[in-house]
Write a protein that binds this ligand. Structure first.
Ligand code: ARG
Length: 467
């Protein structure tokens, strides 16, 4: 039996009937639906609509539905159910009889789907936050293991200045902390209970909204029934946060691919996360990285689809909103599967510190430090820049590094150059003089690592408080 068949004289066109259903995908919301229905049932009891026995039997029925679904995939293979709400009602009536029909008193699927989606997004925030934490933890391990190993940092994809490998990895850790923070923010704003909003104007039964919100772990209740049944901001915010996460992962993947090519050879692709070529026997390809790079496109597509689907939609509920589910599920499932793989890849990759060190020591990357040397001797920076530029040109002509030029050659350019120049532009010193917070000097990086560790500990504690 449909949930709305009374006013219809004719059956639906079978193709249309099948096409408008959502159970194929909203079956993912079954757990949320059962939880929210139990809260509604308790409120119905308080409002005097269900007797104590009826409440018992409804709660027991809902529990059984959850158990059957967990036990067998066939149970939810239901070709009649229109959506998850219809499915639960149908199964409940099959289990407990007509009392099951009472559950829909004073509510509407419009508030139910809003509640289910809020629970789903909240669970997604928690699960993905935890997966990001695990990822940060492995990035931190790798950064700590890198010790004082240096590598080139690039701007415009040209060698710019040497940095510590740990400093480079910490850059990704910062992005992931922001991703986590965005999810926490999204969780906080979205954690409100729409139950009691009914179809659009609010329930016609005196339901205790506070009770329902409390039972479902919401911080409070939504304030307006029209907004509550038509709002999907929390879905959009969540998927937008996921698209930024996916974007960060795609930048990471691209750098790893680049650095794994023979031209760089800064790292060795882990075999467990790579594939071969059916044609070229020598090949090993970084498929995990390439797929990660591509997934970002699809998740950004999900966020875009959500924006465009809801744009210009009049209040309140419209069936268009059903189309917001699949992008949400796709983006969530992508992130949930992707993060542990990235984490696994990161713990397995081997860095070629020797190659990175060699690259860090060449390519005139100490030129900025050389200009600083002159600045410290009192030469105005613009002049110092010009003079070092000339020295670099000379080094280019001689196919050598700045420190290979003789002191007389340097003094011909500027007489502030002295013997101490040679120590000043050594790699260790170049690294050490970037001694500001957030800079790559080893003392600063050590500090940054310990700050990141502590921060990870405290955000993990916070999320355990939610669990
Ligand atoms: N399956 C619907 C959705 O996902 C549930 C709400 C249906 N409400 C309605 N009035 N037809 O949006």
């Amino acid at each position: 039996m449909k949930m709305w068949s009374g006013r219809f004289r004719r059956p639906l066109d079978p193709a249309f009937e099948k096409w408008q259903r959502s159970f194929d995908f909203d079956c993912r919301l079954l757990e949320c639906e059962l939880e929210a229905s139990a809260a509604h049932a308790r409120a119905l009891r308080q409002a005097g609509v269900l007797s104590a026995e009826e409440l018992e039997s409804v709660l027991h029925g809902l529990e059984q539905i959850g158990e059957h679904a967990a036990d067998s995939a066939e149970f939810i293979d239901d070709s009649e159910a229109e959506d998850v709400h219809h499915f639960v009602e149908k199964q409940l009536v099959a289990l407990i009889g007509d009392a099951g029909f009472k559950l829909h008193s004073g509510r509407s699927r419009n508030e139910q789907i809003a509640a289910d989606l809020r629970l789903y997004v909240r669970a997604g925030c928690d699960e993905i936050s935890e997966a990001i934490s695990n990822c940060i933890s492995v990035f931190l391990d790798r950064a700590e293991q890198a010790g004082q190993a240096p590598m080139p940092a690039y701007t415009h994809m040209q060698r710019a200045e040497p940095v510590l490998v740990a400093h480079w990895l910490l850059a990704y850790i910062e992005m992931f902390f922001r991703d986590r923070d965005r999810l926490a923010d999204c969780r906080r704003r979205g954690n409100l209970c729409p139950l009691g909003s009914a179809a659009v104007a609010g329930s016609t039964l005196p339901l205790n909204r506070e009770l329902m919100a409390g039972e479902l772990g919401f911080d409070s209740q939504t304030a307006n029934s029209i907004d509550a049944t038509s709002d999907r901001d929390f879905v959009l915010e969540f998927v937008n946060a996921l698209s930024l996460l996916a974007l960060h992962l795609s930048r990471w993947a691209e750098e790893m691919l680049l650095f794994s090519s023979q031209e760089y050879s800064f790292l060795q692709l882990p075999e467990a996360y790579s594939t071969g070529s059916s044609a070229m026997p020598q090949k090993m390809n970084g498929d995990l990285l390439e797929l990660t790079r591509a997934k970002a496109g699809r998740v950004i597509g999900d966020a875009t689809a959500l924006m465009i689907t809801t744009k210009g939609l009049p209040l309140a509920y419209n069936k268009d909103l059903q189309e917001t589910q699949e992008p949400l599920f796709h983006a969530t499932e992508t992130a949930v599967l992707l993060l542990p793989l990235v984490t696994g890849w990161m713990s397995a990759v081997e860095f070629n510190f020797e190659r990175m060190q060699k690259a860090a020591a060449t390519g005139h990357m100490n030129a900025f430090a050389a200009a600083t040397y002159l600045t410290r001797k009192g030469v105005p920076f613009r002049i110092a820049h010009e003079q070092v530029g000339k020295a670099v040109r000379l080094a280019f002509d001689n196919q050598c590094e700045l420190q290979d030029l003789a002191l007389e050659q340097l003094r011909d350019i500027d007489n502030h150059f002295n013997q101490d120049f040679y120590d000043f532009v050594k790699l260790e010193n170049v690294l050490a003089i970037h001694d500001v917070s957030g800079g790559t000097a080893p003392v600063q990086v050590r500090e940054a690592l310990s700050t990141a560790r502590k921060k990870l500990g405290s955000v993990q504690e916070e999320s355990h408080a939610h669990a």
